[in-house]
Write a protein that binds this ligand. Structure first.
Ligand code: FPP
Ligand code: MG
Length: 321
């Protein structure tokens, strides 16, 4: 068993029990949507990052409320994201808004967001809330930028990186930096935790965007080519468009911009993007960010948690769902 599996075996029951206790107390209007998203078998990566960083840096406080607040926040963003994306599926199940309606799902996201903030406020460490609030703001800003750039084939690679850093990496960064703050470890170690989390998060989203072009429904719980259908300009597509001759590029750009790609067309183009090597090139870019995260991690005190954080980097790079 690798270090992540071992850690999860010990920690998952406590994380899940904590989350169950929080959601059991919610109003029945929002409880089903909240339980649906939290019970759908997520990887619990963000809580794991908060726990491991806090412990690696010598945390003496109870890290579970912080760790679970990260999962509550992440779940809140997914509930809202699936409405914004009009997504039908999440983690192999019907998206919550289709099962429980938009009202209950939007409110469930709001409640989970508030709950996460309250859990962190209970530590009475103002910087924890400040860092988390910044991470949430950056997450929303990333999402706003992504929506503003939908079907924009002129979108630059720089803007793409701004979007993924915002919508995904800042919550990873928040998990790690808050773990460091809870450990009371001092400025340099807090900066290292920040750098590890941010670069890991960028790598994670790059791999996610590559997987959207290569992984079939049975593996990811989401049909391939989803980003194409949703009009999202992600790195594999940005790179692929550059490989096409002008006429072919114009034709694909026009179909993408007009939203003409149905599920079959999107799957077909996704296959071409994968064959062209552009999904793999996106994974290469992820490896570059993971190397930066590994560099930040070298400054952590050696021990089982540092090893775990290194294994998480490998897992993020090698995952196929
Ligand atoms: C998933 O991306 C979405 C995000 C990582 C961020 C979503 C953020 C918001 C909806 C705004 C913030 C909301 C709250 C409650 C603070 P994706 O659509 O590329 O991935 P997917 O394929 O998993 O849906
Ligand atoms: Mg989405």
């Amino acid at each position: 068993m690798n270090s992540i599996a071992r850690y999860l075996q010990d920690e998952l029951p406590r994380i899940n029990a904590f989350l169950d206790a929080q959601t059991a107390r919610l109003d029945p209007v929002v409880r089903p949507a909240a339980q649906h998203v939290l019970g759908a078998g997520g990887k619990r990566l963000r809580p794991l990052l908060a726990l491991a960083t806090a412990r690696a840096l010598g945390c003496a406080a109870d890290p579970y409320p912080l760790a679970c607040s990260l999962e509550l926040l992440h779940s809140a963003t997914l509930l809202h994201d699936d409405i914004l994306d009009a997504a039908a599926m999440r983690r192999g199940r019907a998206a919550a808004h289709l099962e429980f309606g938009r009202t209950g799902t939007i409110l469930a996201g709001d409640v989970l967001l508030a709950l996460a903030n309250r859990l962190v406020a209970d530590y009475d460490i103002p910087r924890l809330n400040a860092v988390l609030a910044e991470a949430i703001l950056r997450t929303v800003t990333g999402e706003i930028m992504e929506i503003a750039s939908v079907r924009d084939t002129a979108m630059s690679q720089e803007r793409y990186y701004e979007i993924i850093t915002g919508k995904t990496a800042y919550l990873f960064q928040g998990a790690c930096q808050c773990g460091a703050i809870l450990a009371g470890c001092g400025e340099a170690a807090e900066q290292a935790a920040h750098d590890y989390g941010l670069n890991l998060g960028i790598a994670f989203q790059l791999v996610d965007d590559a997987l959207d072009y290569v992984s079939p429904l049975e593996v990811t719980g989401k049909p391939s080519g989803g980003d194409l259908r949703e009009g999202k300009m992600t790195l594999p597509l940005i790179l692929y468009l550059r490989t096409l001759p002008p006429a072919g590029r114009q034709e694909l750009e026009d179909r993408f911009t007009r939203g003409e790609l149905d599920a079959d067309a999107a799957r077909q183009i996704a296959d071409q993007v994968a064959t062209s090597g552009c999904a793999e090139a996106t994974r290469d870019a992820a490896r570059g960010y993971a190397a930066l995260a590994a560099q930040a991690l070298e400054t952590f005190p050696p021990g089982p948690e540092r090893e775990l954080l290194a294994d998480i980097l490998d897992l993020v790079l090698s995952r196929n769902k």
